[in-house]
Write a protein that binds this ligand. Structure first.
Ligand SMILES: Nc1nc2c(c(=O)[nH]1)N[C@H]1C(S)=C(S)[C@@H](COP(=O)(O)OP(=O)(O)OC[C@H]3O[C@@H](n4cnc5c(=O)[nH]c(N)nc54)[C@H](O)[C@@H]3O)O[C@H]1N2
Ligand SMILES: Nc1nc2c(c(=O)[nH]1)N[C@H]1C(S)=C(S)[C@@H](COP(=O)(O)OP(=O)(O)OC[C@H]3O[C@@H](n4cnc5c(=O)[nH]c(N)nc54)[C@H](O)[C@@H]3O)O[C@H]1N2
Ligand code: SF4
Ligand SMILES: [Mo]
Length: 729
């Protein structure tokens, strides 16, 4: 019998009424700004860059949200998606009340329940899992600010397993590679000093479409100041169009290019001798290792002209140390990802850019104490050893490994909390595995604002209010200037929605763990923390953002010794830790899989109008971009017999087909690849704008390559063909 059949939250449980279109109308409204205007500070939650902002209301109606002028994340301006924040609040398809899966009448359905009923159910199931299997058997998947509250609750209960897809599906290889090389990661926001760069190299990194706010602004500023931009991308991206050099690389061959660049820097004596002598270990091994990999060798792998490989290497050296070889952000590509990111880290070290103006600055955050709570009990077992012991260099949860260990009656995990992550569209090609996990888990709780696909697998759906209706932890990110920013509610929670801190506290209290949440209101915690650093909630409610003086230098001081947090205390060009675990201590290139005849590399990326799948149903942003298209080169289009504007379906070699999606024939993509924006192709009926429009790349991924160092899911080794319009089902 099915423990859980996939449920679409029934229309009867959401809003009635028409499909949302334009927000409001302009017919008889007074001019904006002529009524009674009030403002409140917030931190944008439309993506994870966390720009501080101000929400304007007029006569108690939401009006606009604008960037905070004092905030280093946004420098006074929100991006397209940020300005659509009010759309998330007004979305008529939002979750409205707690829902409980019930069986009866020959099937399963969701029943609206009170918060008390929902919490009792969750606490009872958790106790039962604890008694039968152990209290360490519940996993938390989270990608959002409120995840910390559920982590606190679960740790107090005895479960410490926690994974966020921004590691194994995103930044994991980068953070690990830079950690192995420099003893610390790049962090978020990325510590790139682009405003002062004279040469910037983007490998993939489609900044401009990838709209991380201040990063786009600083790149633009660098270009205005005459910086040289070199973009390596199989696609003519927006960034490529602004570049002095565009290298249209054969997909998956970046390590070959990086080795060739290193070869040129070493053999033409273009590297920073003093920096390497003072800070680096393993130069001799590196220099020897790269000897075979000259630009002529790289040409055969990458398809890039050896002369342009040499010319770009020289341009980098000429501008060094104000040269930034950008570390990228979404780095889970072909399974060789930690090695590719290591090659990038090494190149930066040879150019002397880490810790130098125009390269990577040293980050600092506000020294903000934690509100005092009891220490959680020691977990009953070492879940990391059980679940991801094959990845000893990884300190954080690997989401796909947690999933793997949730399938089957003998699986380690028996319960899940899923906070703000839509796993079926986020973990590549994993919907069947998620469905299998749903069969074997004893409890699945999903906390979301929208009826996302993951809610269909839940026992209990807990509706969170949107960021404009709640307090969250103070934003305290490592940056150039230590800065705090406050998110506070501009409106009371709509419907029966609640903030994460309130839910976690409610569940903890039912489990007898109330001492871990010793406050009535999260305002108390925020105010207490602020008072420790000479501010207060009252002050922050008025100003929104507060900067603090730095305590450390922002760059390395000339001639000062630096101790890196690596085994040798140096920048490790040769990684002793990788050698210790039997991995390549110097980056090694292996050619990627090539598409079978008739198939194309499935390439994907971002659109400035959307964040993954989370904004597609947002009425304001949907209007800007209501569907994705698939980019196809004219030669491929001719071969396939498809024309610009026609609808097709994408099909992978194992027969999975996408929704219909419109073709865009363009020279901007290589003939061996197709490209689409990730996030479209929602299936849940309750997202009335987003359902069924565009294609979902995640569902088409059939050849996921695990990175042997991080366990991250390489997502670019999948192939698709186009099914002709006449055959579209
Ligand atoms: N608007 C918007 N901005 C966002 C997001 C969003 O959802 N919307 N999400 C944010 C998040 S979480 C992240 S992680 C970042 C991701 O953004 P990035 O880190 O910039 O992502 P990448 O995967 O590096 O970039 C995609 C680019 O890589 C190119 N590419 C594909 N294959 C190859 C290859 O083999 N070699 C090379 N050199 N290039 C290749 C693609 O053509 C595409 O232009 O974006 C962030 N910014
Ligand atoms: N195929 C494919 N897969 C990818 C990527 C890709 O480009 N292609 N990109 C990868 C990358 S870089 C990343 S970082 C991950 C991101 O993956 P996720 O973080 O899972 O991103 P989303 O799919 O947008 O899911 C976010 C969920 O949070 C919900 N949500 C939004 N706001 C709130 C809130 O305030 N509270 C709560 N409780 N829920 C909220 C949304 O409704 C949505 O269901 O995906 C990775 N997976
Ligand atoms: S980059 Fe855009 S969407 Fe992301 S937090 Fe900033 S304004 Fe919001
Ligand atoms: Mo990401």
């Amino acid at each position: 019998m099915n423990r859980r059949e996939f449920l679409k939250i029934s229309a009867a449980l959401g809003a009635a009424g028409a499909v949302p279109t334009l927000l409001g109308g302009c017919a008889s409204k007074p001019l904006p700004g002529t009524g009674r205007v009030t403002t409140s500070p917030t931190v944008c939650n439309m993506c994870f860059w966390q720009c501080a902002a101000t929400l304007y209301q007029e006569d108690d109606r939401p009006w606009k949200v604008v960037g905070h002028p004092d905030d280093p994340h946004c420098e006074g301006r929100l991006c397209t998606r940020g300005t659509g924040g009010i759309g998330a609040f007004l979305d008529p398809d939002r979750l409205r009340q707690p829902l409980l899966r019930v069986t009866g009448g020959g099937g399963q359905r969701f029943k609206p329940v009170s918060w008390d009923e929902a919490f009792d159910f969750v606490a009872d199931k958790m106790e039962a899992i604890g008694e039968k299997h152990g209290r360490d058997r519940i996993a938390l998947f989270s990608h959002g600010d409120g995840g910390s509250h559920f982590s606190r609750m679960l740790q107090a209960f005895g479960s410490h397993a926690y994974a966020h897809p921004s590691f194994a599906q995103c930044r994991g290889p980068r953070e690990t590679a830079f950690g192995l090389t420099y003893g610390e990661g790049v962090g978020s926001p990325d510590r790139t000093d682009m405003a002062n760069s004279r040469c910037i190299v983007l490998i993939g990194s489609h900044i401009g479409e990838n709209l991380h706010n201040s990063q786009v602004q600083t790149l633009t500023r660098a270009l205005d100041q005459g910086a040289t931009l070199i973009t390596v991308d199989p696609r003519f991206s927006v960034a490529a169009s602004k570049s002095r050099h565009w290298l249209p690389i054969k997909p998956g061959t970046d390590i070959a290019l990086l080795l060739a660049w290193t070869n040129v820097l070493v053999n033409e004596d273009l590297y920073d001798h003093d920096y390497v002598a003072q800070h680096c270990a393993g130069f001799e091994q590196l220099a020897q290792h790269v000897q075979p990999f000259n630009p002529e060798w790289a040409y055969l792998e990458t398809g890039l002209d050896p002369a342009s490989i040499r010319e770009t290497a020289r341009a980098m050296a000429q501008a060094a140390p104000a040269t930034l070889v950008h570390p990228g952000r979404h780095t889970t590509w072909y399974g060789d990802d930690t090695q590719r990111c290591r090659a990038i880290a090494i190149l930066n070290a040879l150019l002397g850019s880490w810790g130098r103006p125009g390269g990577f600055y040293i980050q600092e955050k506000v020294d903000l104490p934690e509100y005092p709570t009891p220490k959680p009990p020691k977990p009953a077992s070492d879940w990391k050893a059980t679940v991801q012991g094959d990845y000893p260099l990884v300190g954080t949860g690997i989401s796909n490994k947690l999933l793997e260990h949730s399938v089957g009656d003998d699986a380690f995990f028996k319960g899940w909390f899923v906070y703000a992550t839509n796993l079926p569209m986020t973990l590549p090609g994993a919907t069947e595995q998620i469905a299998a996990a749903a069969q074997s888990l004893d409890l699945m709780v999903v906390v979301d604002t929208m009826p996302a696909e993951i809610t269909g697998f839940a026992d209990v759906v807990l509706p969170e209010c949107t960021y404009l209706e709640r307090y969250d932890d103070l934003r305290n990110k490592p940056e150039r200037t230590p800065t705090l920013a406050l998110r506070m509610p501009a409106f009371g929670p709509s419907h029966q929605t609640k903030p994460a801190w309130w839910m976690a506290k409610g569940i903890a209290e039912r489990l007898g763990l109330g001492e871990y949440f010793p406050w009535q209101d999260y305002r108390e915690v925020i105010d207490w923390q602020l008072r420790q650093v000479g501010s207060s909630l009252l002050e922050m409610e008025q100003r929104g953002v507060k900067r603090f003086p730095r305590k450390t230098a922002i760059y390395f001081e000339q001639g000062e010794p630096v101790r890196f947090n690596t085994p040798s205390g140096k920048i490790e060009l040769y990684s002793s830790l990788l050698a210790d675990v039997g991995q390549d201590p110097l980056p090694r290139y292996a050619p990627p899989d090539r598409p079978p005849v008739g198939y194309y590399h499935l390439n994907y990326g971002r659109s400035p109008a959307h964040t993954f799948g989370r904004t597609i149903n947002n009425p304001q942003l949907f209007e800007l971009m209501p569907e994705n298209v698939v980019w196809v080169h004219p030669a491929a289009a001719a071969k396939l017999g498809v024309a610009n504007g026609e609808y097709v379906q994408l099909e992978n070699p194992v027969g999975t087909r996408s929704n219909r999606v419109r073709v865009r024939v363009t020279q901007r993509i290589r003939p061996d690849s197709v490209f689409m924006v990730h996030g479209f192709g929602h299936t849940d009926e309750r997202q009335r704008l987003a359902r069924g429009v565009g294609a979902d790349d995640a569902a088409l991924m059939h050849n996921v390559k695990l990175d042997p160092v991080t366990g991250g899911t390489g997502m670019r080794a999948s192939f698709v063909t186009l099914v002709k319009p006449s055959e579209v089902s």
